[in-house]
Ligand binder design. Structure first.
Ligand code: NAD
Length: 494
């Protein structure tokens, strides 16, 4: 099957133009950038690095679409029908979208066909259904007045997206934003623009009016121009904490636009010695950190384990990791593909090198591999005996690297380690003592907490974090609609 995908990769059309007003356009910028495929280090596509002029043009198109009501004034049921057609087209183009995503990011093709492309379609479909099911409220003000509370779209939304789940995160943002009648400009990450550009073409084909969904390829400067733009009403950002700060500063310094931030994580899985099934724990911990080569915001990147079972559990996790099939992302059997870029690979290797200086032990991996020449590959890695204050225990590595921290069995010691970073995206607790598991779950400082499981996911539940993991709303679920709507109160004196 690798041959089939590599052949398809040679001939697949690669979208390279910005999408503004519903069509691919030549960007005004004279700068371009290469999207380098981490599978083999070859250039996948050369794209325009959209500059302020392109941003102005996209914002003007989005504003015009919003102002004349071509989308927001459509009956919710009509918006629903268009978004359903969009989701159907995403399903119909699953293989093409998945291949573009794999070429850009190095994710295994088995994942992009089974998870990323279908996940984007499911998300769009779910918000299509939400479009005509959100009601306003009548406030209980008492006699003499009637006050209604309704939701209004915010206007022009800029969605700045990272490279780790380009299609899914884009769908998390455009699904609720479009369902509620906004106009959107997506800025995909420079490492992964292609599937998003194709999504915008499919949206036009589905009947989304021109200007309602625009996509600007570009590097950080394109995102910065959107964040600073005086006619953007909202920025929804997913990415690193450092960039999130800059977005917030740009919003404050410009028009005080609304900002939602979904940022990094350093999520702990706390395992007590009485955890019901150590094999199940080992599977969940291994997949929780090694899936997507560890480049998942809520990856379970820290194992906080009771001394009594630490050796046993770490050994079993290493066994699971050794059993994972690492290889060519275009091979359907591959479970571990490439890291997104050479820069990311070097960054992760830098943290592994730091482990020795910080007194940690490398239990597994630590080395590069090269299933495809020139690509960015790393062995699944486990670092044990990591101190609570080590940088590898507190900073986000964002690679296939599990950090192990041991504790003496007391709940307080476990929580001290688990809550010992600035992040608060996800956390898990494993224990057969249900009362204890509930107590620990209640005190884990995280947006998503798992009890005797990890990384269950569904579009019906909110996604987001505490502390340095972000604020300003949630992606997914009906709570995401809050990100893209303003509440309006209208009084009538009776
Ligand atoms: P990044 O912050 O470097 O880039 C994210 C996006 O911001 C890209 O599109 C980039 O071009 C753009 N950007 C860069 N500089 C900018 C600026 N000054 N102003 C505006 N936009 C700018 O992050 P990344 O390396 O692409 O992604 C990895 C990070 O994303 C990790 O930290 C990860 O944890 C986080 N992430 C978080 C979630 C979540 O939901 N919490 C989900 C996925 C990824």
């Amino acid at each position: 099957m690798t041959t089939t995908w590599t052949q398809a990769a040679r001939t697949i059309p690669r979208p390279t133009q910005a999408v503004i007003d519903g069509v691919g356009v030549e960007a005004l910028t004279d700068r371009s950038f290469d999207s380098i495929g981490p599978r083999d280090g070859e250039v996948v596509a050369t794209l325009p690095a959209c500059d302020e002029r392109d941003v102005d043009r996209a914002v003007a198109a989005a504003r015009a679409a919003f102002a004349d009501g071509r989308w927001r004034d459509r009956a919710p049921a009509e918006r629903k029908a268009v978004l359903h057609r969009f989701a159907d087209l995403v399903d119909a183009h699953r293989d093409e979208l998945a291949l573009l995503e794999t070429l850009d990011t190095g994710k295994p093709i088995g994942d992009t066909t089974a998870v990323d492309a279908p996940g984007a379609a499911t998300t769009l479909r779910w918000y299509a259904e939400a479009a005509d099911k959100v009601y306003g409220e009548v406030a209980p003000t008492g006699p003499g007045a009637l006050a209604t509370i309704t939701r209004e779209p915010m206007g022009v939304v800029a969605a700045i997206v990272p490279w780790n789940y380009p299609m899914i995160i884009t769908a998390w943002k455009i699904g609720p934003a479009l369902a509620t009648g906004n106009s959107v400009i997506v800025k995909p990450a420079e490492q992964s623009p292609m599937a998003t550009l194709r999504l915008a073409e499919l949206a036009s084909q589905a009947g989304l009016p021109p200007g309602v969904l625009n996509v600007l390829p570009g590097e950080g400067a394109t995102g910065a121009a959107l964040a600073a733009h005086g006619d953007v009403d909202k920025v929804t950002f997913t990415g690193s904490t450092a960039t999130g700060r800059k977005v917030l500063e740009a919003a404050a310094a410009s028009n005080l636009k609304s900002v939602s931030l979904e940022l990094g994580g350093k999520s702990p899985q706390v395992v007590f010695a009485d955890a019901p099934d150590l094999d199940a724990v080992a599977e969940a911990v291994a997949w929780g950190i090694f899936y997507n080569q560890g480049q998942t915001c809520h990856a379970g990147s820290r194992l906080v384990v009771e001394d009594a079972v630490a050796d046993e559990l770490v050994g079993r996790i290493a066994e699971v990791a050794r059993g994972l099939t690492a290889g060519d992302p275009l091979d359907e059997a591959t479970q571990l593909g490439a890291l997104v870029s050479r820069e990311q690979l070097e960054r992760v290797v830098g943290y592994i090198d730091l482990a020795g200086q910080e007194g940690a032990t490398v239990v597994l991996g630590g080395g590069r591999s090269e299933p495809v020449e020139g690509g960015c590959y790393l062995e699944p890695t486990i670092l044990d005996h990591v101190r609570a204050d080590a940088r590898i225990a507190t900073e986000e590595i964002f690679g296939p690297v599990l950090v192990v921290q041991r504790f003496d069995g007391t709940q307080d010691a476990a929580l001290h380690l688990a809550n010992g970073t600035d992040y608060g995206l996800a956390g898990a607790v494993w224990s057969a003592d249900h009362a204890r598991a509930e107590r620990v779950a209640a005190r884990l400082r995280a947006g998503s907490v798992y009890v005797n499981c990890f990384d269950l996911g569904d579009v019906t539940v909110p996604h987001g974090g505490f502390g340095a993991s972000g604020f300003g709303g949630r992606d997914k679920s009906l709570h995401a609609l809050d990100q893209y709507t303003e509440l309006k109160t209208t009084w009538r004196s009776l």
